[in-house]
Design a protein around this ligand. Structure first.
Ligand SMILES: [Zn+2]
Length: 458
């Protein structure tokens, strides 16, 4: 009697187990097809509006599934305008870390002629290859309500005439219409952003711009303004460029000099490799590391404050002799042969050995440390893209993040880095571009071109 019971129970248990398995499989299946394991969508750049034509890009990422499709469209008054989408894979490491693509498109009136001024919704839909939503794939939706504007920004120039020396600066004041998000002066490949004259009215802007030493005097300068919809205006203004004949000099590079400067610089950098000889390493430092350091100065300029921190003209290091002028084209000679040609972009100011080095003006120390060819260097930010650099120092009396006053001692001079003797390599920079320091030392120039001109609009 016991046996069949046991068998019955055995069959009952088997069936129950099967049922449980079936239920689990069905539940798992339902779970897989009913859920929506959506990818994520993030705009690559801030999108503030739509205009004639603009490029939009979105990073679409998924931790498990491949991205199957991305649609970018503009929806306005119940109508949908689809844009052709370009997909490009984004590197995110191993495939086990998921999948990522950049979806981009051109949107605006040029490709969507029936788009009207007013408002519209930018809509991005991304679908992955999961079983979600009954095999249609998990879907994510990104929506952004933005203004639609077709009139480019209006620019009105408020200063009548600009005079500028090659390698030097001038300032133009102009006003821009509502919706303008960026404006500045373009000189060839160089762009100098503008800043608000008053905090209360961001429409009146001043722009300190340089005519860089390496820009041909015939290079055109324009005011450029871009609005939230990506519309761009190019406006001309009155300026006159005075060409400057920059100095040139020849530098003999003796072995003793290279033996002193090359090993310390090589020991501090991982950016350049040992070229096998002292001369080759010198050239690598003088040419390659110098270029890299120019790039770093542009990076530093991005940390500038949004307000000018100074009021008086800049100070020159006291009791100094000018050893090397701005934009001096230097030819380097070793053993009777030309080994390199570089342009020196600061002023070399020498007095006595281990002389105190002073801050040229009020500002914020943004760097104090070893800086390749400049040796021990300090960079002071004076606001609105204007910065000063002090190179070849022995030691520092300040550290990054410290506010300094005009004339305050910031360190002691020496010949660290790529320097032949004890001096301060002083560089003035505008948005990371070296500019002639002389104008900034001249009280008349600073008053007439900068402070008095700006005061008219404040
Ligand atoms: Zn120098």
């Amino acid at each position: 009697m016991e046996k069949p019971e046991t068998t019955q129970t055995g069959i009952g248990r088997g069936a129950a187990l099967l049922l449980v398995v079936v239920v689990l499989v069905v539940a798992f299946f339902c779970f897989k097809v009913l859920r929506n394991p959506a990818p994520s969508i993030r705009p690559v750049e801030r999108i503030e509006g739509i205009g004639i034509s603009r490029h939009v890009a979105f990073a679409v990422t998924d931790s498990r599934y491949r991205i199957k499709r991305v649609r970018i469209s503009v929806v306005q008054n119940g109508r949908t305008f689809n844009a052709p989408v370009t997909l490009k894979p984004l590197a995110v490491g191993k495939p086990s870390h998921g999948f990522a693509v950049e979806a981009s498109a051109e949107i605006g009136r040029r490709s969507m002629p029936e788009l009207a001024q007013g408002r519209a919704t930018l809509r991005v839909a991304a679908v992955n290859d999961s079983w979600g939503r009954f095999f249609r794939g998990g879907r994510a939706l990104f929506r952004l309500s933005v203004p639609v504007r077709f009139m480019p920004p209006q620019v009105e120039v408020l200063t009548p005439q600009q005079y500028i020396y090659q390698g030097g600066c001038d300032m133009v004041v102009f006003s821009v219409s509502d919706g303008t998000v960026s404006s500045g002066v373009q000189v060839g490949k160089y762009y100098f952003p503008s800043w608000p004259v008053k905090e209360t009215g961001p429409q009146t802007r001043f722009c300190l711009f340089a005519f860089p030493y390496d820009a041909d005097p015939s290079t055109s300068a324009y005011i450029v303004a871009v609005d939230d919809a990506g519309n761009r205006t190019v406006a001309s203004f009155n300026y006159k460029v005075f060409p400057v004949k920059f100095p040139s000099s020849t530098f003999a590079v003796p072995d003793a000099f290279m033996q002193r400067v090359v090993p310390p610089i090589m020991s501090q950098t991982t950016d350049i490799r040992d070229q096998g000889s002292l001369v080759a390493n010198f050239v690598e430092i003088n040419r390659v590391l110098r270029r890299m350091d120019s790039g770093r100065l542009v990076q530093f300029s991005r940390h500038t404050g949004s307000k000018w921190m100074w009021t008086k003209p800049f100070l020159r290091q006291p009791n100094t002799k000018d050893e090397g002028g701005f934009a001096d084209a230097r030819t380097y000679v070793y053993d009777g042969k030309v080994i390199d040609r570089e342009v020196h972009l600061g002023d070399d100011l020498a007095s006595v050995e281990h002389a105190p080095v002073i801050a040229a003006n009020d500002g914020l120390v943004i760097y104090a440390g070893w800086f390749d060819i400049f040796g021990n260097a300090v960079i002071i930010d004076h606001g609105c893209g204007l910065q000063s650099l002090y190179g070849h120092m022995a030691s520092f009396k300040v550290k990054a993040g410290e506010l300094v006053k005009r004339g305050q001692v910031i360190g002691v001079s020496d010949s660290t880095g790529l320097a032949g003797g004890d001096h301060v390599h002083y560089e003035m920079l505008l948005d990371g571009v070296p500019i002639s320091p002389k104008e900034w030392w001249d009280p008349h120039w600073v008053h007439d071109r900068i402070t008095a001109r700006l005061a008219q609009f404040q």
